[in-house]
Ligand binder design. Structure first.
Ligand SMILES: C[S@@+](CC[C@H](N)C(=O)[O-])C[C@H]1O[C@@H](n2cnc3c(N)ncnc32)[C@H](O)[C@@H]1O
Length: 248
C-alpha cells in the first residue's frame, strides 16, 4: 500500500488554498463535457476534500469519491455526509460496479511513486468504466512547472475563517521527483499553529503515459491546458488535461 502524499496533518488547511470562484468555473467545465457524453455516474479517484464531487452533485450527477487519506475524506464528509466515499488505494481498489465516468484531478495520479503503479491505476480505472465511459485526467505539465518554479519560493497570505494564514511553497526537482514543500502558519486568536507537508510527484514521460493510455484501450478526445478549457500549450500551460474515452 502506498502511504506517502496523504496530507495527514494538513487536510484541514487544504481548502484554504482553493479559490471558490475558480473551482466553480472548473466544475462547470467538467459538467459541460460530462453532460455532453450523457454521463450520470462519476467516481472521483483521489477526491481529496471533495471540492469537485460536491459541485458535480449539485449539478445533478450521481457522484462517489475514493481516496487513501482518512484525513482528506474526513473533510469531504463534512461537506456532504451523504456522498459515498471509499478509503482505498487508487492502484489496487476494487468496487463491484462500473461508472459512466472516472475523474482524477489536480495531479493525484502523479502522487504514485513509480510508473508501474501509474499503469496499474490506469488499467484499474479502465476496468471500472462502462463501455464508452469517459476518463478525465488532470496532470501537471512538469516541464513548464519546473522551468518556472524550480527552487523559487511562493508565498500566499490571506484571511481564513476566524483567523489568518501564511503559506510558503517551495518546489524542487530531485531526480525524477518534483518535491513540493508546503509550510504554513495559522494565526487564530493570537495563537500560532505551524505545519509542514511534503507533496512528491513522479516526473514521468508524457509520451510514455500517452502510449500506456492507448495500449490500455483509451482514445483521446481532447487535450486542454486548464480546467476551464484553455488550449494546451507545452510552453505555457501548467496543466495537461486529457479527455479520454474507453473504447468498448
Ligand atoms: C493534490 S490532492 C488532490 C485532491 C483532489 N483531487 C482535488 O483536486 O482537490 C491528491 C489526493 O490524492 C490522494 N492520494 C495520494 N495517493 C493516493 C493513493 N495511492 N490512492 C488514493 N488516493 C491517493 C491524496 O490523499 C490527496 O487527497
Amino acid at each position: 500500500m502506498v502511504k506517502k502524499n496523504l496530507y495527514h496533518d494538513t487536510a484541514k488547511y487544504y481548502d484554504f488554498l482553493e479559490n471558490k470562484k475558480r473551482i466553480s468555473k472548473e466544475v462547470n467545465f467538467l459538467a459541460k463535457h460530462l453532460k455532453k457524453a450523457k454521463v450520470r455516474t462519476i467516481l472521483d479517484v483521489g477526491c481529496g476534500t471533495g471540492i469537485y464531487i460536491v459541485g458535480l452533485k449539485k449539478r445533478g450527477f450521481d457522484v462517489e469519491g475514493l481516496d487513501l487519506s482518512e484525513s482528506m475524506l474526513k473533510e469531504a464528509r463534512k461537506k456532504d455526509p451523504k456522498i459515498k466515499l471509499y478509503q482505498k488505494d487508487m492502484s489496487s481498489f476494487k468496487i463491484s460496479k462500473k461508472y459512466d465516468s472516472v475523474i482524477c484531478l489536480s495531479s493525484s495520479l502523479a502522487s504514485l511513486p513509480n510508473f508501474s503503479l501509474i499503469k496499474k491505476t490506469l488499467k484499474n480505472i479502465f476496468n471500472h468504466l462502462t463501455p464508452n465511459g469517459i476518463f478525465l485526467l488532470d496532470l501537471s505539465n512538469h516541464s513548464m512547472e519546473i522551468e518556472k518554479y524550480n527552487n523559487i519560493p511562493k508565498h500566499i497570505s490571506g484571511k481564513i475563517p476566524k483567523g489568518k494564514a501564511n503559506f510558503t511553497f517551495l518546489s524542487t526537482k530531485k531526480g525524477n521527483k518534483w518535491k513540493q514543500m508546503w509550510s504554513g502558519e495559522i494565526i487564530r486568536k493570537r495563537k500560532k499553529t505551524k505545519f509542514k507537508e511534503l507533496w512528491e510527484e513522479l516526473i514521468y514521460s508524457p509520451k510514455k503515459l500517452e502510449n500506456s493510455l492507448k495500449k490500455i484501450g483509451f482514445t483521446t478526445l481532447k487535450i486542454y491546458g486548464s480546467l476551464d478549457g484553455e488550449k494546451f500549450s507545452k510552453n505555457k500551460s501548467y496543466h495537461k488535461i486529457y479527455l479520454l474515452k474507453k473504447l468498448k
